[in-house]
Design a protein around this ligand. Structure first.
Ligand code: SF4
Length: 502
């Protein structure tokens, strides 16, 4: 008799159903899917994210047809009881500590190894152990993955003679242009399933006390494997070539630029990372894309994404509570409500509007505009993590805990990164057109045009002077404080502005 296999809403690709002896579901196993309303009651998600997840689950159920038992329930526990009664089920290792605790607490649920990643937990543990106590640096992990998986390698050497092409991938946007000259990304077409989801979300808001944030629609991200494959194909064939040089740049009128927009498809499990990086590598081998672009994309998928997944489990459940800088300020209402129109600072207003309207912005606005401002204003890192998790279409616990606690807010005291990531207005000015037309000036620290990032940067360094002066990568920046004649004025001003909308 085949054992039913339960798939979560982020396990939607065919690779979650492939049989593999004792490590996989039974061949042709009946499938169980549960839409648990409590998930949407617990957290106030971006509505476009709720729409995407529900649309993807319902599309997958429609594809599986009579093979699936799809239950709409209040909780997973109730849904599983209704779906299979007392029968045993298998499930692939879920993607959060909370979900893992849940499935382990349920009787007759057999948890199979995780899927959807290039590196297994055992392989990572072996790599980490082999480092003999040295830091688990992303760059070292990434190079190991490239070698282990023979990715972008030529005769044992990295393609293009080096593992890291960051030097070619940090170009500011081309001057005098509002949009990158690149074909537009794949855009899915909504169908009746999307209309049904939208009706349900309306009804939940109206009658059931469920609350969302942000704007929903039209859907911009793939909800089916077919859509995700189309998006991958279009990205690699039409957009990857210009991805590398401008991957860190920002343009007010072009939030997407050459980015792949594949993170939500990967994190829903619609795509496997192997097929994404292999396709990029093939494009490079054919001479269709330069090596720095292929490498930049492979680094995101096979380097950063895998690294973040492994660290989430490696650091354990308490990691999320890290607050090495002692930041406790509440997130202001304009931020939690995604009220971009209330914000004067052009960079923050623009990026917040992108999040409000789409549930997405690329990695640099996340890190150097949203995250940097939160860090400078000493916002509670747990609340910042929760905000990113709720407001981004690709946000999941395993993604956001390391990315925000470790990378963006330095709340782990440097376990993940070697320094805090924040900057003054000069960085944003160099890497974008966002300062053009802003009411503030990126070089002004004080006065009516004082840029919140320029002043906030120095206030941040001053607040953590002692801690940061012990960090070799921050020492010079901290020494710069002593050369600021107007430091006292900057600090007084930032104290006053701490509770103001920037
Ligand atoms: Fe942002 Fe400052 Fe530039 Fe305005 S001047 S867009 S606040 S960095």
């Amino acid at each position: 008799m085949t054992t039913p296999h339960w798939i979560f809403g982020d396990q939607l690709g065919p690779h979650f159903l492939t049989p593999a002896g004792k490590d996989g579901p039974d061949r042709g196993a009946p499938v169980v899917m549960i839409e648990a309303r409590s998930v949407f009651r617990r957290r106030r998600y971006h509505r476009a994210k709720a729409h995407l997840v529900l649309s993807a689950m319902r599309h997958r159920a429609a594809e599986l047809g009579g093979r699936v038992t799809y239950v709409r329930a209040e909780t997973y526990r109730e849904g599983l009881r209704r779906a299979v009664g007392g029968t045993s089920v298998t499930v692939c290792h879920p993607t959060s500590h909370a979900a893992l605790r849940l499935v382990r607490s349920l009787p007759r649920v057999q948890v199979l190894p995780a899927r959807g990643f290039l590196v297994s937990g055992e392989e990572f543990a072996g790599w980490a152990e082999g480092r003999g106590g040295r830091r688990l640096l992303q760059e070292d992990f990434y190079r190991w993955v490239r070698q282990e998986h023979d990715l972008l390698m030529e005769g044992g050497h990295p393609a293009g003679g080096r593992f890291n092409h960051d030097h070619a991938n940090r170009e500011p946007p081309p001057s005098g242009t509002r949009e990158l000259d690149v074909p537009s990304p794949y855009v899915p077409r909504e169908d009746d399933i999307d209309a049904g989801v939208r009706d349900d979300l309306d009804r939940w808001e109206r009658e059931d006390g469920v609350r969302f944030v942000g704007r929903d629609g039209p859907r911009r991200f793939p909800a089916t494997r077919r859509e995700a494959l189309s998006a991958l194909r279009r990205f690699v064939d039409r957009r990857l070539a210009s991805f590398g040089p401008y991957e860190d740049a920002m343009l007010t009128g072009d939030p997407v630029m050459s980015h792949s927009l594949l993170s939500s498809s990967l994190n829903l499990g619609l795509l496997h990372p192997a097929e994404c990086v292999e396709r990029a590598e093939r494009a490079w081998r054919k001479g269709a894309v330069p090596v720095n672009s292929a490498e930049g994309f492979v680094r995101q998928v096979a380097g950063w994404r895998e690294y973040v997944w492994q660290l989430y489990w490696h650091f354990g459940e308490d990691y999320r509570h890290g607050n090495a800088l002692g930041h406790t300020e509440e997130l202001p209402e304009y931020f939690t409500e995604l009220d971009a129109d209330a914000v004067t600072a052009n960079c923050l207003a623009t990026v917040l509007a992108q999040v409000r309207d789409t549930g997405w912005t690329h990695h640099i606005p996340r890190l150097m505009v949203l995250g940097s401002h939160a860090l400078q204003r000493a916002w509670d890192p747990a609340a910042v993590t929760d905000w990113f998790h709720r407001c981004f279409v690709d946000g999941y616990d395993w993604v956001m805990v390391p990315n925000v606690v470790g990378m963006s807010q330095y709340a782990d005291g440097g376990r993940m990164t070697t320094k805090p990531y924040t900057s003054g207005g000069a960085y944003i000015h160099r890497m974008s057109d966002l300062c053009d037309g802003c009411a503030y000036r990126p070089t002004d620290r004080t006065g009516p045009h004082a840029c919140p990032y320029a002043a906030g940067y120095w206030a941040f360094l001053h607040r953590h002077r002692r801690l940061l002066s012990g960090n070799a990568r921050m020492r010079r920046a901290v020494q710069g404080l002593d050369r600021l004649r107007d430091l006292d004025e900057v600090l007084r001003q930032e104290l006053r502005r701490a509770s103001e909308v920037p």
